[in-house]
Ligand binder design. Sequence first.
Ligand SMILES: [Zn+2]
Length: 262
Amino acid sequence: MPYFIDTHTHLFSEQFKNDIDAVITNAVAQNVKKMILPNIDSASLKNMWDLCEKYPQNCFPTVGLHPCHVKADFEKELQIITDFLKEKEKNPLKICAIGEMGTDLHWDKTFWEQQKIAFKYQVQLAKNHNLPIIIHCRESVKETLEMLSELQDGTLKGVFHCFNGSLDTAKSIMELGGFMMGIGGVATYKKSGLDEVLPHIPAEYLILETDSPYLSPVPHRGKRNESSYIPLIAQKLAEFQGVSTEKMQEITTQNAEKLFGI
Ligand SMILES: [Zn+2]
């Protein structure tokens, strides 16, 4: 049976504390059978891991330090991640990516230099463990692409999560080699501008995500997002790509399984 993958969903967060089991059941009922849980920082590690242990068929762990959580103590945070990866190396539950990592010039620029150090460090971790990276970049795509083109040695792979850039940005991402774009609820928003971009990106570069609990697709915009909404995003993306939703499901699931080895 074909199924969807939500490649970016923070199901371990506070917003799901009271009904997480129902949220996962709903997602599976909507044929969203695999969900990748991008970690945020050391504070979220335990909840993320526990949820993946409880649902090993459905939830897949990652480990990383989110750029908005890069603060004065970032070196300590990076050490925790490094130790966690090592500790779980022989665990039957496999960490499938380094992330959520990246850069952010939207919220707080105080730790920009530290963000770049944390970025390069996590790229090296990904190379050491042969894992893909999950990149958050907000108002910093140019800077991120510059770092990546220096760091790409042919082995690095990953995803630009919550892609909402121009066709030129998409081309730069594709030229890196090994990188995909995560398409989420923003694609369903009228003024996203993605209607000009998504028809022109080859499907082999696209995967689906919700970024739950944020950025709910239409008609749930403004409310809590859930992995069960993935089919709404797939439907919209299929429209842009001029294929059936079934075809979109098949391609994006294949892409995600290949990228994350799940
Ligand atoms: Zn995220």
